[in-house]
Design a binder for this molecule. Structure first.
Ligand code: IPM
Ligand code: MG
Length: 360
């Protein structure tokens, strides 16, 4: 199969982790007899610096002509004081929209080898396997009007949280379909005691649930869901959320399983899937060669599964990651006291070796 992709390394640790993810993908392609065709384009701060545009037209075109897009991270303190449309993040939000990627799947799976990494007691976190289904193109991230206006000292800021029934319905269907292939539980998160958007959300999700009688649907206010996520993480199967609640809870889920650096994501629903680790650009550690590449590598596994239907290849990558963790490989975020930390490239190489060993 021809794997035609665009790589958007982006900012901070993005280039370091995507480099390792691409090496793993190359090893998979070699081992399973696929052909990899890559082009690299600019997004975020890197694109602002080069072209004063966080998402140049040429990047959009390349992505739309690919079968899948691999993204590193976006965000740089150098542009913190830019107006909203000239911030790196504007490029990320726009590429999600251009690709129609309304469904962001963020698995948070506990690796048995990482018992010492979770801040939670092993008996609580053991067995955690959550699929966060985050709506990605609506809510406060995209609603208008939005503004900051007025004179310094008396400025007023406005954002708009907006959801239409069809947007809620399509993401709810994604959650229920996934639940059918898992443990058949959906927990829908909202703030229906306060927000109209959430009342509509609960209404529509309840209606969609009627088409999935085998799936057990629960509703939880987001504050309470945040608490349950640390108290009883193994109770969760599919966690369905609007855009901002999903952003927050997915970082928390990363903490629960031991490190945000482990979390991968797939942003799907449109013609071209976008695959990105959940972590950000981490400017504090950028360029040091210590970032954890496993989130990006596991995003490649999701790409193989969701964009190319290459399940065996996806499982090969996931097993390789699991194997190197079991051997004790740890980047700095996972090292703790008992292990010496290895570098980004060393971790990447270990996964490449494990893929090679499994696929030849
Ligand atoms: C994420 C990130 C982004 C988001 C930022 C960088 C815009 O935090 O993918 O979780 O909020 O969606
Ligand atoms: Mg986030």
């Amino acid at each position: 199969m021809l794997l035609k992709l665009t790589v958007l390394p982006g900012d901070g640790i993005g280039p370091e982790v995507t480099e390792q993810a691409v090496l793993v993908l190359q090893a998979v392609a070699d081992g399973f007899g696929h052909q990899l065709q890559l082009q690299t384009k600019l997004i975020g701060g890197a694109a602002l610096a080069a072209a004063n545009d966080p998402l140049p037209a040429d990047t959009i075109k390349a992505c739309l002509e690919s079968s899948a897009v691999l993204l590193g991270a976006v965000g740089s303190p150098a542009f913190d004081h830019n107006p909203g449309h000239l911030r790196p993040e504007a490029g990320l939000l726009r590429i999600r929209r251009e690709l129609g990627a309304y469904a962001n799947l963020r698995p948070a799976v506990f690796f048995p080898a990482l018992e010492d990494c979770s801040p939670l007691r092993a008996e609580l976190v053991r067995g955690t396997d959550i699929m966060i289904v985050r709506e990605l193109l609506g809510g406060a991230y995209f609603g208008s009007p939005r503004s900051i206006e007025g004179a310094p000292g008396s400025r007023v800021a406005v954002n708009t949280m907006r959801y239409g029934e069809s947007e809620i319905e399509r993401i709810a269907r994604v959650a229920f379909e996934l639940a059918m292939k898992r443990r058949r539980k959906v927990l829908s998160v909202d703030k229906a005691n306060v927000l109209e958007c959430s009342r509509l959300w609960r209404d529509v999700v309840t209606r969609v649930a009627k088409d999935y009688p085998e799936v057990k649907l629960g509703h939880q206010y987001v504050d309470s869901a945040a608490m349950l996520l640390v108290q009883r993480p193994t109770d969760f199967d599919v966690l369905l959320t609007e855009n901002m609640f999903g952003d927050i809870l997915s970082d928390q889920a990363g903490g629960v399983v031991g490190s945000l650096g482990l979390l991968a994501s797939a942003s799907v629903g449109g013609p071209v899937g976008l695959y990105e680790p959940v972590h950000g650009s981490a400017p504090d550690i950028a360029g040091k060669g210590i970032a954890n590449p496993l989130g990006a590598i596991l995003s490649v596994a999701m790409m193989l599964r969701h964009s190319f239907q290459l399940e065996a290849e996806a499982v090969c990558v996931e097993k390789a990651v699991s194997a190197v963790l079991s051997q004790g490989a740890r980047t700095a975020d996972l090292a703790g006291k008992a292990h010496a930390a290895i570098s980004t490239t060393q971790m990447g190489s270990k996964v490449v070796e494990a893929v090679k060993a499994a696929s030849h």
